[in-house]
Design a protein around this ligand. Sequence first.
Ligand code: AQP
Length: 341
Amino acid sequence: AERVFSGVQPTGNLHLGNYLGAIKRFVELQNSHECIYCVVDLHAITVWQDPEELKRHTREVTAAFIACGIDPKAHIVFNQSQVSGHAELAWIFNCVARMGWLNRMTQFKEKAGKDRENVSVGLFAYPTLMAADILLYRATHVPVGEDQKQHLELTRDIAQKFNTDFAPSIAAYGHGEGYFPLTEPLIAGPATRVMSLRDGAKKMSKSDASDFSRINLTDDADAIAGKVRKAKTDPEPLPSEEEGLKGRPEAENLVGIYAALSDSSKAQVLKDFGGGQFSAFKAALVDLAVAKLGPIGADMQRLMNDVSAIDAILADGAARARALADQTIRDVKDIVGMVRA
Ligand code: AQP
């Protein structure tokens, strides 16, 4: 059976990149797959989080999932720390993954910057926890933005090494060829890497100091209009073909956003707007973004008014996730050789 797993960190400022690169895809996959969507609070604390804010952001991501159209009854929505198997399997994977593999992770290098001696051990081990999240449910597919591609490759390496290192034991317990699947990333569409509205060379990010760099899911119509109008562009009119976007990252970004929001393609958007001025295209983009994001923001706010209802959804999802996770942990303990009663 095909099973989807993915997660979003409760670190605040959920933005259009998170929506188009991840959450919108999560919604679409519900029709064809069994889906598990996780608010990854254990990942969030790899960088210090204010405890009250962490709680608020955890509920906010949950509200965003539901406001965007994820059905927590038909699928599973929960926060990571409520299922202990994530941390348990991550430890075992810390002992499978090699230092050299993690040393190559570009996200760690970017986030640690020059101050490597002073970041948390958790930030370095982040990708092994991510592998555990996915493989705890033996998920076959993971929808993510382009920035997570390398972590998905590492997840496959860990699964493969585990399957090889414990091959005789895996066979002895009747799991055949390999215990863990080699999970495929799902990275597709016109907006797998949404860029900052201020700088076409930087990805749109929660932690960018400038709020004008991103469109937040909770932005109102005025905020969206202001940000799109001020978005950096170049003086040329829009090209009529995709070829013409080469070397114009800001233009390409806005066209990609329009295409993703309208479930279309960059080529189609350029057919409709090519040759025209940016101002007209930006006005159409504002209308589209407000029409698509306005109801999501409003629904998130409504849901956030009933915190206990959100917590109940997370508790119910966690109970169902735990049932699946516990089976994997039992299997893995047997395979690795840990005595259990
Ligand atoms: N700019 C983006 N374009 C497309 N997809 C994106 N994602 C993030 N940014 C973009 C995807 O969103 C999902 C959830 O991401 P996350 O919450 O785990 O965190 P992140 O990647 O750390 O998000 P940010 O905004 O980039 O935060 P900071 O500023 O802390 O670095 C993932 O599937 C991700 O690919």
